[in-house]
Design a protein around this ligand. Structure first.
Ligand SMILES: [Zn+2]
Length: 77
């Protein structure tokens, strides 16, 4: 996974991205299958959580799990 987008994706997980950064991230995931795969995984987890709780929300547990996963996937170029 690309080191330079990991922070953006973490902000995305926390939903604290401004529109400009979000567009950059979505542009990157359109070009980078590896990062897109992670964001897709994240969205699937959100869907499952949303069904269970009737409302999409990211629990601290899911957030921490995703961040640990992200860190483990950082590939120093
Ligand atoms: Zn990437």
């Amino acid at each position: 996974m690309c080191k330079d987008v990991v922070e953006n994706i973490m902000d995305y997980i926390d939903k604290e991205l401004d529109m400009e950064t979000l567009r950059e991230l979505e542009k990157h995931t359109g070009e980078c299958p590896e990062c897109k795969a992670f964001v897709d995984t994240y969205r699937r987890m959100l869907d499952v959580t949303g069904k269970l709780k009737e409302r999409p929300s990211v629990t601290p547990e899911i957030r921490n799990r995703l961040k640990t996963l992200l860190k483990s996937k950082i590939d120093p170029c």
